[in-house]
Design a protein around this ligand. Structure first.
Ligand SMILES: [Zn+2]
Length: 65
């Protein structure tokens, strides 16, 4: 069961389709995504992407289904 606010990392599989928002990079890299990059729309079964600009792993949070 996936709930609003659940967090996922780059490479994990989306268990629910929906809009996800950027939380942070998984390392301490100080890159700041643009507003556009802070949102991603996922289909069920898709893998969470890295931050597009720097290609590093990030944490995503489900904002709504
Ligand atoms: Zn980055």
């Amino acid at each position: 069961m996936v709930q609003i606010g659940d967090r996922f990392r780059t490479g994990e599989t989306a268990l629910a389709p929906g809009e996800y928002e950027y939380v942070r990079h998984t390392d301490s890299y100080g890159c700041e995504p643009t507003n556009y990059e802070k949102r991603v729309t996922m289909s069920k079964g898709e893998r969470f992407p890295p931050h597009k600009s720097c290609n590093r792993n990030v944490v995503w949070r489900l904002s709504f289904y």
